[in-house]
Design a protein. Structure first.
Lengths: 293, 275
């Protein structure tokens, strides 16, 4: 058993992909918790699809493709906000419009350039974790460290802002800057995760670990920590499944994390489908007690 | 729709005014908080005019209510004062400076319905939010902050619920948590948006006790309320709105039949017929 787990580690590519998987599993769970509690899951999807054209343009002009992707991701959030503020179009419609337009542009550009270059659209859409280089591992580690430090340092401000934006603004917090900072953190996270699971499936790593933890614990910091643990375990197990059964790595990771979510959904002590009725009757008693007071 | 049949004489009769003792105002304390001066305040939402040319003064040491029918712009007035919605005209000054540049003096409690109560936070987490601004960037909460929060939670009778997720509280308990958060901010100006909606009797009495204590302490206490029930007798001053200012001043001055007809007039008739 142990032998089987150690065996893949003799390969350099497997070591590198496991490190990336662990970093991404942790980073996505922490940052994605903010998307979940703000009901902005669709925004994560929008940003991840929107990074493609920036990546393609950066490749064309010979710049770092990750910087290009990051800029396009941030621009997409600004475009969404601009449409929402300047027109009667609602936010979800604005997201749908912007991300599909960016995505279409990205696919078009990459299709055009991949005729002459060794660049594969599928690697960006679905990830290519087995092909990561040592430089990419280093870049992901740097991004993960920066993002996690910022989350720790701004924890109390971001908690206030994401729970009660109006109250935070009225207390004198710079809510526009906090919101922009949050968008930057999300875009950085997505760019760092692109190689591992691709832009289409990254949403799963952003939302599912946090949502699973949310069914089990009651405070945001607990959601983040437990979510990170779930994300890391899923990434490692997904990689091993992918190695032993020759499955695509990104989808294997996503299937494992979705499995964890399903377990929590069914068996969570507080919110599980099979335990929910008991909880409901308990809260009904509490309510009656309160009115009697 | 609630029943809005209303007898101003009830509130104006001598007997009922005396029912809730007026605050003892210490003249020596009057300088601690300056009044808020609202001049020509107007708000537009896109093409629609929400508030037109509101002029009034909100005094410290009084419990001031913003009243008016649904859609009268009560919440909008409060948000516009704090710069939470864009203002199209006018000024809101405190000690000669725009109020929205002195928000560290303000504690604002939004409508309970605007909050996602399934958010993963406990009572303690929410009340500690009142110390975020005072604590400052990159610092963690001090022992003083924790004590202030604990006292506030005790004041609203929620200390045994500290570790409870906010989603498991009743509406009245959630409102008391927000009241505790406002107290924790140790502000000069307290603004509450519809704090009396959907709360139990116990919460209502705690809320008014705290409001009166704050007013007695020479704070500004401004409360949006649409309910013309008996609770109106708690208020010292009123701002009566219906898209524009109908009347402002002491409760006795504002609650005349003429003012109420101007604010609620046609609608009162309409709803009584419908019921």
């Amino acid at each position: 058993m142990l032998q089987a787990l150690i065996e893949p580690l003799q390969y350099g590519f497997m070591q590198r992909s496991l490190v990336i998987a662990i970093l991404v599993g942790m980073l996505c769970a922490v940052v994605g918790s903010y998307l979940m509690v703000q009901r902005l899951a669709l925004l994560g999807d929008a940003i991840s699809h929107s990074v493609l054209p920036g990546l393609a343009i950066a490749f064309m002009v010979g710049a770092n493709i990750y910087i290009g992707a990051f800029i396009a991701g941030v621009l997409s959030t600004m475009a969404i906000a601009w449409i929402r503020v300047r027109s009667p179009i609602k936010e979800d419609a604005a997201m749908g419009i912007v991300f599909s337009a960016f995505f279409a542009l990205g696919i078009t550009l990459i299709t055009v350039i991949q005729k002459d270059n060794k660049i594969d659209l599928n690697h960006f859409l679905f990830g290519n974790i087995l092909g990561v280089t040592i430089d990419e591992v280093r870049d992901t580690a740097i991004i993960a460290t920066i993002v996690l430090i910022v989350v720790v340092l701004l924890y109390k401000e971001l908690l206030f802002y994401t729970f009660d934006p109006l109250g935070a603004q009225a207390a004198g917090l710079p809510v526009n800057r906090l919101n922009f900072g949050l968008m930057v953190l999300i875009a950085l996270t997505i760019v760092a995760s692109m190689k591992a699971v691709g832009v289409i499936l990254v949403l799963s790593l952003l939302i599912t670990p946090g949502a699973t933890a949310y069914l089990l614990v009651k405070r945001l910091n607990q959601v983040m920590i437990l979510g990170a643990v779930i994300g890391v375990i899923s990434s490692i197990s997904g990689m091993y499944l992918s190695y032993f059964y020759n499955l695509p790595s990104g989808p294997a990771i996503v299937l494992v994390v979705s499995g964890f979510f399903l377990l929590a959904l069914l068996f969570s002590p507080k919110h599980g489908i099979f335990t929910y009725r008991k909880e409901q009757s308990k809260s009904a008693v509490v309510t009656i007690y309160d009115t009697e007071k | 729709m609630k029943n809005v049949s209303f007898d101003p004489k009830f509130y104006l009769s001598q007997r009922n005014i005396g029912k809730f003792p007026a605050q003892v105002i210490k003249a020596s304390d009057m300088s601690s908080t300056a009044a808020i001066n609202i001049a020509h305040l107007g708000v537009h939402y896109r093409t629609q005019e929400a508030l037109r040319d509101v002029n009034c003064i909100v005094k410290p040491g009084k419990l001031t209510g913003i009243f008016g029918p649904n859609g009268a712009g009560k919440s909008t007035l409060m948000k516009a004062m704090l710069g939470l919605v864009p203002v199209s005209s006018g000024t809101v000054l405190c000690q000669g400076k725009p109020l929205m540049q002195q928000l560290e003096k303000v504690a604002y409690v939004p409508q309970r319905s605007q909050i996602d109560w399934t958010y993963p936070a406990t009572v303690w987490d929410v009340v500690m939010m009142g110390r975020v601004k005072k604590t400052g960037w990159l610092r963690s909460f001090s022992a003083v902050s924790r004590q202030v929060a604990k006292n506030a939670i005790e004041r609203v009778g929620m200390i045994e619920y500290c570790d409870r997720p906010i989603g498991q509280l009743s509406g009245g308990q959630q409102q008391r948590v927000f009241l505790a958060r406002a107290l924790t901010q140790q502000a000069e100006i307290f603004c509450f948006d519809e704090p009396l909606v959907g709360i139990d009797q116990k919460t209502q009495s705690v809320v008014f006790e705290v409001f009166h204590e704050l007013a007695a302490d020479q704070k500004i206490v401004l409360v949006v309320n649409h309910d013309l029930g008996e609770s109106i007798a708690h208020f010292d001053d009123l701002i009566l709105l219906n898209r524009e200012l109908i009347a402002t001043g002491s409760r006795q001055q504002v609650l005349t039949e003429e003012n109420l007809n101007l604010a609620y007039g046609g609608k009162v008739m309409y709803f009584s017929d419908a019921a």
